[in-house]
Design a protein around this ligand. Structure first.
Ligand SMILES: CC(C)(COP(=O)(O)OP(=O)(O)OC[C@H]1O[C@@H](n2cnc3c(N)ncnc32)[C@H](O)[C@@H]1OP(=O)(O)O)[C@@H](O)C(=O)NCCC(=O)NCCS
Length: 172
């Protein structure tokens, strides 16, 4: 039930899952021919936001980016394949997991290059956090991701609490 008293139906993970591709251009590379990390970060945020907007069907903002890793370099001419799915939802926030792969087009070899977890918050028409539909896991994989995301959320909120406490304390 939402605050307005309306029944809010849950949405399955598959309803918001996204795959996006991007061909790496020479202008996105450093002198060694590898793509800049910032280019991948922007694409990761973009694909994650699309999954979150699809789930919430509302505008979202990025609240946090967790554990963005770069496992191997990506070269000019590679096709980046970015896959995003909503792992967990709170009241107004959603954790989205993003996996990035690079396909070497001439050989077809696919390498896992990056992974990240991002938190998005849905906004109402006044720009305030707005409730999102519950998430319905459909597979064992969805359930595993949901349990792990719930654990990360607890750690994140604990850390956030400590940071806020630290900020409210005057410097010694
Ligand atoms: C994200 C934002 C809307 C949260 O606003 P707020 O006043 O802190 O809102 P609340 O305290 O009510 O928290 C709302 C939700 O956000 C979550 N949240 C807030 N800050 C967070 C953070 N740093 N990390 C993870 N989650 C966070 C809360 O846990 C809560 O989740 P829940 O409703 O699922 O329980 C606000 O901090 C903001 O606008 N930040 C700037 C976002 C931005 O500009 N991003 C980059 C460009 S898109």
């Amino acid at each position: 039930m939402s605050e307005a008293g309306k029944i809010v139906e849950g949405k399955p993970v598959s309803a918001s899952r996204v795959t996006m591709t991007h061909l790496v251009q020479p202008t996105e590379a450093n002198p060694l021919g590898s793509v800049h990390g910032g280019v991948i970060m922007r694409l990761v945020d973009e694909v994650g936001a699309v999954a979150a907007i699809r789930h919430a069907r509302r505008p979202v903002v990025t609240a946090a980016v967790d554990r963005l890793s770069f496992r191997s370099p990506v070269s000019v001419g590679n096709l980046l394949i970015l896959k995003a799915s909503v792992n967990f939802v709170g009241r107004t926030s959603m954790e989205v997991g993003v996996r990035v792969e690079a396909e070497d087009l001439p050989t077809g070899q696919v390498t896992h290059t990056s992974s990240a977890y991002l938190v998005y918050v849905a906004l109402d028409d006044q720009g305030r956090p707005s409730p999102v539909p519950p998430l319905i896991p459909e597979t064992d994989e969805d359930r595993r991701r949901m349990a792990e995301a719930e654990f990360r959320r607890r750690l994140r909120l604990m850390k956030l609490g400590h940071e806020k406490e630290g900020l409210s304390r005057p410097p010694q």
